[in-house]
Design a protein around this ligand. Sequence first.
Ligand code: PLP
Length: 385
Amino acid sequence: MSFDFDTVIDRRGTDSQKWQKYAGRDILPLWVADMDFKSSPAIIAALQERVATGLFGYAQPVKSSVDAFVNALEQRYGWKIDPAWLVWLPGLVVGLNLTAEAFAQPGEEVLTLTPVYPPFMSAPKNSGRVSTQVPFRLDAANRRWEIEWAALEKAVTPKTKLFFLCNPHNPIARVWRRDELVQLGEFCVRHDLVLCSDEIHCDLILDGLPHIPTALLGAEIAQRTVTLMAPSKAYNVPGLGTSIAIIPDAQLRARFVRAAAGVMAEVTGLGYVACEAAYRDSEPWRQELLQTLRGNRDFIIDFVARELPGVTIEAPIEATYLAWLNVSALKLPDPIAHFEHHGVGLSDGAFFGVPRGSHVRLNFGCPRATLAEALARMKRAVAAR
Ligand SMILES: Cc1ncc(COP(=O)(O)O)c(C=O)c1O
């Protein structure tokens, strides 16, 4: 390994949301999705160089920043995009909120599949739109989360205008296959829905599966798609607030930009610099990150199976650094409080749209030593219930 994914960095007393939540308490935070690793050396060097100039005026992307992103999409995913399609955003959740506002009217519906990253359900509500949800079905025999196509069809009403897709999916860590994406695309075309595809985790596919950008499925789908991407997750720079909407259709793009008018902060120069260094100069670092995450993923799967009776991982973790754990057999009224009591801070499945007590989400983007200690504490928590 050329990069350091082992050193435990003390983030206590810093402005980290993840660590501040449990300030003064001996609780290892494995909740919000940022990793306890430094960003890539290329990003750090680029930022240092920029900071040394002392210049922090209003920014707009230079050609090299745009090229870095456009080239990465073409090289990794075979997606050739026109730079004119890009709208830079100070965060990806901003994009979810703007999409809801731009493509549905108050009272109209935004459909999604659950469990899902909470802003998929809250963004529509923020502007008086309605979130409608269809749960995944677990095919236990094949250990696969499946889309319930009949339920999805049934959930569409004349008020449904928009579909929120998470590709790959947080929290079930699923990479969507081509046939599934094609079917989802056809579904959106048939019901004339705008398709918003959040692909923030696409650079975090752990095994050999390909990431298929939803908009690459064909012109008809691309014309109704808003794709949201960011260096935030894969390069661990979420606090730099730099995300990108890719909107091929000019009319859709204009509506999106109009919804942002006057309320959207601009991306900072530091954000552009980090983004460029991420997409152009950090590939060796990302490859070692993926190796580290695969190791952590395998470690958890093994530990859960051997040491945590009553906890199950129902399907393979194909992407992300997030494990979705079924804890329902523990019969804990409040699993989060119970695990916190034993020194581990997890995310509550209830926020992702499942009943409280059924699932928790564990962030394994941390050094192995932290993960091993957290799992040892979870073992004590399970034994002590
Ligand atoms: C699917 C998904 N979308 C968006 C975000 C966050 O985006 P941002 O912090 O840029 O608003 C996350 C963070 O965990 C996520 O998992």
